[in-house]
Structure formats: structure tokens, C-alpha cells
Design a binder for this molecule. Structure first.
Ligand code: C2E
Ligand code: CA
Ligand code: CA
Ligand code: CA
Length: 277
């Protein structure tokens, strides 16, 4: 299963050769992805390293197009950002995550879903209004929803502080994605109402072999502890990484070591089984 996805992505890359007409075609297909019902969310568990419990899931967008097949997010997210399509796609993600949570709640499953928010979405005038509407419409407990924000989004400090403040007031959880890879990290930790830091996978990947990555990972964990924030390590693939993270009291981890992102049906089947234990 592991290599199937990758082979497919490679196929896409070489066949399309990033030519102009294909880029235009890709865009016109992406424009219709929502109405064609081609988008879906896959879910990757986030594991509490102390209890071993799955406490939450990150929702990751997938696009399965009739012509192009599975298009990787690294291809279509940048295109969606560039064309502004990310605004309607982002709204779809919010609603789909809430719809899924509602459906799971009705089956007795209570969990949290973290969704990725693109920088552009924050500067949409009705962003918070739409979040509130979705919570209300799908009867979702606000703390069941988490938004992941990247550091790059935080450039316009004034707007971000007020938008995040409003989000915080709804009770939605706020996490900083890819922490350590952006610019003004320490400064905004003081100003933004953040709940969680996610250690970028570039640090986690090499941390058992590279002393600098190990030091950076430890430092981010300590920083989170001192600031009273939760900390999540992503891209965890090996048991040694889990042991290292436990040793430094990192609360949560996510990565192929635990599970790859899985479709909603598979995730649901797992959760129903998990609930019984
Ligand atoms: P991200 O938010 O940093 O998401 C983590 C990426 O790492 C995901 O790739 C995930 O499948 C992958 N991953 C998880 N565990 C491991 C591991 O142990 N090893 C390795 N090598 N990789 C792991 P994916 O799903 O391809 O998503 C790529 C990026 O696309 C995301 O990075 C995020 O920036 C963006 N993205 C995905 N879904 C959405 C969305 O709904 N909205 C927006 N705006 N961006 C999204
Ligand atoms: Ca993320
Ligand atoms: Ca990330
Ligand atoms: Ca990333």
C-alpha cells in the first residue's frame, strides 16, 4: 500500500511534465472539483504519548480527478492558492470536517478533527462567521474542531490577532503548523492565542541522526511546556523517535509509525472497533 501512492504520484509527475496546457487543464478541472464531488478528507490519527490513546485526527485533503487521477496536495494546493480557488475549497473542508464529526457523534464516536487553513482564508471577511455557522449547523462542540495555521499566515499581525482572537472565543482549538520553519515565531507566540505547537516533520525526520535536529526538537518541546502549550510531533516514522519524544515529554505524535492518513470509512470502522475496547 505504501508504495502504490508514491508510484502514482511519480507517474503523474513525469507524464504531465508540468507543461503549460496541462497546468491550464488542471486548473479548469480543479475549478469543478467540488461540484464533481472529487474532493475528500483523509484522516491521520494523533496519539497521546502518555496514554497511547488516539485523541484527534488531522484531516488531509485528497483530490481524485477523472482525468488526472489522484493529484497530490503538493500540486493542487499551491494552484488553488494562486488562483483563489482555495477559498471555496477551504470552505468545503470546514463543512466536510464538521459534517463528518456530526456523523461520528451520532454513532457514539467523540473525537477532534484538525483542519488545515490556508493564509488566504483568514483575510476572508466571513471566515469566522462561516466557522460559527458550520459548528451550529452540524451541532459540533467547538473544542472538537482544531485549525492548523502556518507561520507564513501570520505576517499581517494586526488582522491575524483579531481573527485568531475571534476564533479563540468560539472555543475552537488553534495550533501552529510546521512550527520552526517560518519567520517571526517567537514574537507571535506572545501575541496570538495559540493552544498547540506542531513540530515540523523536517526536524523530526532526522532527529535520531542529526544532533541539531534533536536539539531543535527538544527546544520546541521545552518552549511549549514553558508557555503552557500542548506540543505535537509530526512525521514520526520510527519507534526510536517515539522513545525520544516520550523522554522529553512531548504530549502527542502523528506519523506513519502510527498510521498513514486513511479514508473516512476506514477511519470510522477503526473508531467503532476502538470504542469497544
Ligand atoms: P501538512 O499540513 O504539514 O501535513 C502533513 C503531511 O505529511 C501530509 O501530507 C501527511 O500525509 C504527511 N505525513 C504524515 N505523516 C508522515 C510521516 O510519518 N512521514 C512522511 N514522510 N510524511 C507524513 P499530504 O497529505 O500530502 O499534505 C501535504 C500538505 O498539503 C499539508 O502539509 C498541507 O500543507 C497541505 N494540505 C493538505 N490538506 C489541506 C487542506 O485541507 N487545506 C490546506 N490549505 N492545505 C492542505
Ligand atoms: Ca497540517
Ligand atoms: Ca505540518
Ligand atoms: Ca508542511
Amino acid at each position: 500500500v505504501k508504495d502504490k501512492g508514491r508510484a502514482h504520484y511519480r507517474f503523474f509527475h513525469t507524464e504531465m511534465n508540468e507543461s503549460f496546457s496541462n497546468a491550464v487543464m488542471l486548473e479548469s478541472h480543479l475549478r469543478r472539483a467540488i461540484e464533481m464531488d472529487e474532493l475528500s478528507l483523509h484522516y491521520q490519527p494523533q496519539v497521546n504519548l502518555i496514554t497511547g490513546d488516539i485523541e484527534s485526527f488531522e484531516a488531509l485533503l485528497r483530490w481524485n480527478n477523472g482525468k488526472f487521477g489522484m493529484v497530490p496536495p503538493s500540486q493542487f494546493i499551491p494552484l488553488a492558492e494562486k488562483t483563489g480557488l482555495i477559498l471555496s475549497i477551504g470552505r468545503w473542508v470546514i463543512e466536510e470536517a464538521c459534517r463528518q464529526l456530526n456523523s461520528w457523534n451520532n454513532k457514539g464516536i467523540n473525537t477532534r478533527v484538525a483542519i488545515n487553513i490556508s493564509p488566504k482564508q483568514f483575510f476572508q471577511s466571513d471566515f469566522v462567521g462561516h466557522l460559527k455557522w458550520a459548528l451550529e449547523h452540524f451541532s459540533i462542540e467547538p473544542s472538537s474542531l482544531e485549525i492548523e495555521v502556518t507561520e507564513g499566515a501570520m505576517e499581517d499581525t494586526r488582522t491575524m490577532v483579531s481573527v485568531l482572537q475571534e476564533v479563540k472565543e468560539t472555543g475552537i482549538i488553534i495550533s501552529v503548523d510546521d512550527f520552526g520553519t517560518g519567520y517571526s515565531s517567537l514574537h507571535y507566540l506572545k501575541r496570538f492565542p495559540i493552544d498547540i505547537l506542531k513540530i515540523d516533520q523536517s526536524f523530526v525526520r532526522e532527529m535520531m541522526r542529526n544532533e541539531k535536529d534533536a536539539a531543535i526538537t527538544q527546544t520546541i518541546i521545552h518552549l511549549a511546556h514553558h508557555l503552557g502549550l500542548e506540543v505535537v510531533a509530526e512525521g514520526v516514522e520510527e519507534e526510536e523517535q517515539v522513545n525520544f519524544l516520550k523522554k522529553f515529554h512531548c504530549q502527542k505524535a502523528q506519523g506513519y509509525f502510527f498510521s498513514k492518513p486513511k479514508g473516512s470509512m476506514e477511519t470510522e470502522a477503526f473508531l467503532l472497533e476502538y470504542k469497544k475496547e
